[in-house]
Ligand binder design. Structure first.
Ligand code: PLP
Length: 401
C-alpha cells in the first residue's frame, strides 16, 4: 500500500469531482509537467537544425525515445513518435494496407474507432472477428478469418470493458498463416506490463495521455527490419517514418511519463489500481440490486470496471453522477451527443436495452481508496434516485473512447 500512501494526499483536481474516467484520459504527473515546461518556455530550436540549441533538442528527443522503448522492452530505433494514438494506429494500418497487395484485413469486432474507421476507409475487404460474452476473441473464428488474409490487427486491451486479449496466442495463429500483426496497446501500456519480447508483434500503438503524459502525442513501435510505409510524408523526420517538425515538448513529456509508468508498474501500480477498483465494484454490487458486471473478471485491466444497472438510463445516471461530483463514462469523449449503443457491447451479445444502462468506471494513480468508497456511495444513491424518479425506461448512449 506504499504507493497509495504516497498519492493519498494528491486529491484529484478535476473541478472538485472524483475522476473515474482514466480510460478516456489521465492527468499529467507533476514531474511530467516539469519535464515539459522548459521545452515550451525556454528552448524553441528545431531539432533538425545543426546549431547548439537544435542539438540540445535532438538529444532530448532521443532520450525520450529510449524511455518509451524501455517501457515496452523495445529498441529505441523501433519507436516512431506520432501526433497522437489515433495517428499511430492509422499509420500502422495504412502501412500494412499499402505494402500488402491482396487479401482481407482481419480485425476484432471490438476495436477502437481509430482501427475500424481506418480499415473501413481502405478499398480492402475487412473481416470482423467475433468476441464471446466475456469479450474474448473467438480463436477459431480468428484462425478462419486469417485464411487468405493480408494482415491482422487486434487490440491488446479494450477501452470500454477492459478485457485483455490473449495476443500471444492470436499472434501465433496469424504467424502460422504468415500474416503481419499490429496491436493497439493504447489502453494497456502504463496499466499492465507490456513487452514486445513477450508479444513479438510487428507494430504496436501507444498514446501518452493514457499514462499521465500529455494529449496529442503517441508512438508507433515498428519491429526492426519490418517493412514500413509512412502515412505522413514531407521533410523526412523520424527517419522518414513520420514527417513534420517534432513536438519536442510533448515528446520529452511522453518520455518522462513512460519512465514513471515503468517505475510505477514495478512498484505494484497494478495491485494498487485493482484494490481501488475492486473496493468500488464490491461496494456498488452489494449496495445496488440488479447490477451486472460486464466482461471477463480475470483477464482485465486492473483499473477498469463496466457495470449495467437495471432500469437506469446511463445518460440520466451521468447527469446525476456529475451533479454529485463523480466523473465516469457512458460514451465517447469525442462522440458525446452522437448517441449510438456501443459496438463493443453489441459484439459481446449484450442487448441494446442493457447496453443503455451501462457505465464504465476507470481508475488512475491519482485516485485513492477513500475516493473509491465515496464514489460507490454516490453511484448507489444515484441509482436509487433515478429508479425512483424514472421508474424504469432507458435513453440512448454512445460509443466509448
Ligand atoms: C484503444 C484505443 N485506441 C486508440 C485511441 C486513440 O488514442 P488518442 O486519443 O491518443 O488519439 C484510444 C483513445 O481513446 C483508445 O482507447
Amino acid at each position: 500500500m506504499g504507493f497509495l500512501v504516497v498519492f493519498f494526499n494528491q486529491k484529484t483536481e478535476t473541478h472538485g469531482v472524483i475522476d473515474l474516467d482514466a480510460n478516456a484520459t489521465t492527468r499529467m504527473l507533476p514531474e511530467v509537467v516539469d519535464a515539459m515546461l522548459p521545452w515550451l518556455r525556454d528552448h524553441h530550436a528545431n531539432p533538425s537544425g545543426s546549431y547548439r540549441g537544435a542539438k540540445f533538442a535532438r538529444k532530448a528527443i532521443e532520450q525520450a525515445r529510449e524511455q518509451v522503448a524501455d517501457l515496452i522492452s523495445a529498441a529505441p530505433e523501433e519507436i516512431v513518435f506520432t501526433g497522437c494514438g489515433t495517428e499511430s494506429v492509422n499509420t500502422a494500418l495504412h502501412s500494412l494496407d499499402f505494402l500488402t497487395v491482396i487479401g482481407f484485413a482481419v480485425v476484432s469486432a471490438i476495436e477502437h474507432s481509430a482501427v475500424l474507421r481506418q480499415v473501413e476507409g481502405s478499398n480492402r475487404e475487412v473481416r470482423f472477428v467475433k468476441v464471446d460474452a466475456a469479450g474474448f476473441i473467438d480463436e477459431g473464428d480468428f484462425a478462419a478469418a486469417c485464411e487468405g488474409a493480408a494482415f491482422a490487427s487486434v487490440m491488446l486491451a479494450n477501452n470500454e470493458i477492459g478485457v485483455i486479449q490473449p495476443i500471444a496466442k492470436l499472434l501465433e495463429i496469424a504467424r502460422a498463416k504468415g500474416l503481419p500483426f499490429h496491436t493497439d496497446a493504447i489502453q494497456a501500456v502504463g496499466k499492465i506490463p507490456v513487452s514486445v519480447k513477450d508479444i513479438p508483434v510487428d507494430m504496436l500503438s501507444i498514446s501518452a495521455h493514457k499514462f499521465h503524459g500529455p494529449k496529442g502525442i503517441g508512438a508507433l513501435y515498428v519491429r526492426s527490419g519490418f517493412d514500413f510505409s509512412p502515412l505522413i510524408v514531407g521533410g523526412g523526420q523520424e527517419t522518414g517514418r513520420r514527417s513534420g517538425t517534432e513536438n519536442t515538448a510533448a515528446i520529452v513529456a511522453m518520455g518522462k511519463a513512460a519512465e514513471l509508468a515503468k517505475q510505477a508498474l514495478e512498484s505494484g501500480l497494478g495491485a494498487e489500481l485493482a484494490a481501488m477498483r475492486d473496493l468500488f465494484q464490491t461496494l456498488v454490487m452489494e449496495g445496488v440490486s440488479g447490477c451486472t458486471l460486464n466482461g471477463d473478471v480475470i483477464s482485465k485491466l486492473p483499473n477498469t470496471t463496466h457495470l449495467s444497472f437495471n432500469d437506469c438510463d446511463a445518460a440520466g445516471m451521468l447527469i446525476l453522477l456529475d451533479e454529485a461530483g463523480l466523473a465516469c463514462s457512458a460514451g465517447s469523449a469525442c462522440m458525446t451527443g452522437k448517441r449510438k449503443p456501443s459496438h463493443v457491447q453489441f459484439a459481446m451479445g449484450i442487448s441494446e436495452a442493457v447496453a443503455k444502462t451501462s457505465l464504465r468506471f476507470s481508475f488512475s494513480r491519482f485516485n485513492t481508496l477513500q475516493e473509491a468508497a465515496e464514489a460507490a456511495q454516490i453511484v448507489i444513491k444515484s441509482v436509487q434516485k433515478l429508479r425512483t424518479v424514472q421508474g424504469g425506461g432507458v435513453g440512448p448512449v454512445a460509443i466509448y473512447t
